[in-house]
Ligand binder design. Structure first.
Ligand SMILES: *Cc1c(COP(=O)(O)O)cnc(C)c1O
Length: 233
């Protein structure tokens, strides 16, 4: 199948997962993840309807940004170093991977300088894996409060997670449930709307996005099921 056909099939599967869990398909965004794939490949997904694209590395995002056939909305989904924030602050619509006050402060500073407010998600290390970034579940609430208090240039929109690699999609379900519970608990916090508008739950990848939709994801991040296997350099 072509990339365009793959894209349409993933949209279909995402929509069916939403409907069978009593949700509106339009409330779940499919983010096309293009890491290690070319702009030409991305253009095929765009022709099929892709509007939002995720990259996990700043350098790759900058290489592809502005080279697509049609404009798209770029999301940063991977670990972000503070010294790279300035390079993407005017290019992305959402940073999914904020896991420290220090990073949030830098994003805030750069956003204010660029005369904008940057939407962010807090990345949760939901499986407590040493190899993964993200904050431990028990620290999410205090980090949200600190960011809301200290970072005028950012608005927290929700949380993101990457569960441990499992054997089947069902292995991810408990982690998605846990992430959703943290998200729902955050929604009860009384924080100013300019800083905190929790409506986004970013979870689910090629292997488990339908389970993520069933558990409440509002963004699923799908790469290899659309673009094929990645050739790691
Ligand atoms: C690569 C990546 C994805 C997409 O993974 P696939 O399994 O190829 O769908 C999603 N989220 C993050 C953070 C990634 O780095």
């Amino acid at each position: 199948m072509s990339i365009g056909e793959n894209y349409l099939e993933i949209v279909e599967r995402k929509n069916r997962a939403a409907v069978r869990s009593g949700r509106n398909p339009e409330d779940v965004l499919l983010l096309a993840v293009t890491k290690l794939h070319t702009v030409e490949e991305l253009d095929q997904a765009i022709s099929a309807g892709a509007t939002d694209v995720g990259e996990n590395r700043v350098q790759e995002l900058l290489e592809k940004y502005d080279r697509t056939a049609e404009p798209v909305r770029w999301h940063l989904i991977g670990h972000l170093q503070t010294n790279k924030v300035k390079n993407i602050i005017d290019k992305v619509v959402l940073i999914h991977s904020v896991d420290s006050l220090k990073l949030a402060k830098e994003i805030s500073k750069r956003a204010i300088a660029a005369d904008k407010v940057m939407d962010i998600l807090i990345e949760i290390n939901i499986g407590m894996e040493e190899s993964k970034s993200g904050v431990p579940a028990e620290d999410v609430e205090s980090l949200v409060k600190e960011i809301a208090a200290e970072c005028e240039g950012v608005r927290i929109r929700g949380v993101m997670c990457v569960p441990p690699i499992g054997e089947t999609s069902e292995d991810s379900r408990p982690y998605f449930k846990k992430t959703k519970a943290i998200f729902d608990n955050l929604k009860t916090l009384d924080l100013p709307q300019e800083r905190f508008l929790p409506d986004t739950l970013s979870m689910g990848m090629s292997g488990d996005f339908e389970v993520a939709v069933e558990e409440g994801a509002t963004i699923v991040r799908v790469g290899s099921s659309i673009f094929g296997k990645r050739n790691y350099r």
